[in-house]
Design a protein around this ligand. Sequence first.
Ligand SMILES: C=CC1=C(C)c2cc3[nH]c(cc4nc(cc5[nH]c(cc1n2)c(C)c5CCC(=O)O)C(CCC(=O)O)=C4C)c(C)c3C=C
Ligand SMILES: [Fe+2]
Ligand SMILES: [Fe+2]
Length: 333
Amino acid sequence: MTLPAEHPVIPAPKIGVLLINLGTPDAPDAASVRRYLAEFLSDRRVVEIPPLLWQPILRGAILTTRPKKSAHAYQQVWTAEGSPLAVHTRATAQALGQALGDGVLVEWAMRYGNPAIGDRLKAMKAAGCDRILLAPLYPQYSGATTATANDAAFAALAKMRWQPAVRTLPPYHDDPAYIEALRHSIEGAIAALPFRPDALLASFHGMPERTLKLGDPYHCQSVKTARLLGEALALPVHMSFQSRFGRAKWLEPETEATLAGLVRDGVRNIAVATPGFSADCLETLEEIALRAKDAFLAAGGENFAYLPCLNASAEAITLYQRLIGRELSGWMD
Ligand SMILES: C=CC1=C(C)c2cc3[nH]c(cc4nc(cc5[nH]c(cc1n2)c(C)c5CCC(=O)O)C(CCC(=O)O)=C4C)c(C)c3C=C
Ligand SMILES: [Fe+2]
Ligand SMILES: [Fe+2]
């Protein structure tokens, strides 16, 4: 048997953590948004319509009109450092890397767009990670988020001759550490408001209703998070689903309809949190902090406050240290 002339240099083994979020365009212009939406909405975990039916609709009606509209929305929340989702996810990875110390390499990736999951996994392997925790940052599991993030990682692993060992972070919708992080963050944000909210609305990203009937746990896990949050906070907590997409029936109650209903019931001062999003993004900063606010005030509400996501806050880092430390403990002794 002939051995290769040069053996690969093998760095000292390390543990890796890959934080994964949904993905976002590279820039807030129509061409970048179109590229991003084409990848995102071609994912069969996201749109469960047979491609022969769906692709003509996507390439026709959707990708010719939506990119321009969405680019306009992205422009309203874009920062000097880039898309909020990417900025917060990167900051989270940096802060968590510092908290976990030298033996653990923390990286971040996006399911759609950049940095791509496969590229980051290859870089982590090259940096010597022989064990990698895949951590999709979705507290509530859904096929359209958690599962597709893991699928993309496994597809990249399928191309490696020498794979690292992997684990995946389970959903944490009812983990006491998550509820405590939310409680602390929400109470702090409310204490800094110039008004006292009558109630809190917890708004979760929606999903097609049929996914619930098909066994996706997302709806039930979101309802449980909202209930536990209600038990932890000293004010009434309502819940709803936002960000409808397409013609199918989506989960209810819908966020703007819920806000209008609360005004009819006498609520004038509202705080809105989005506990299903680990990082602020288009759906929280534009859809809720701007558009839902306008809708609430137009319906007769008086004070509206959007409370930020956990992002890279101290609460978030404490939470991820606990959730991730638990997964890594078997690899560390
Ligand atoms: C947090 C959980 C999320 C679930 C569940 C989810 C399901 C889901 N989303 C769409 C369609 C769109 N979502 C869009 C943006 C978007 N979605 C999430 C999270 C979840 N989506 C995030 C974090 C973001 C923000 C991305 C950013 O760049 O800031 C968009 C794009 C924006 C737009 O054009 O409106 C679409 C489209 C479907 C169809 C779906 C479930 C099947
Ligand atoms: Fe979405
Ligand atoms: Fe939206």
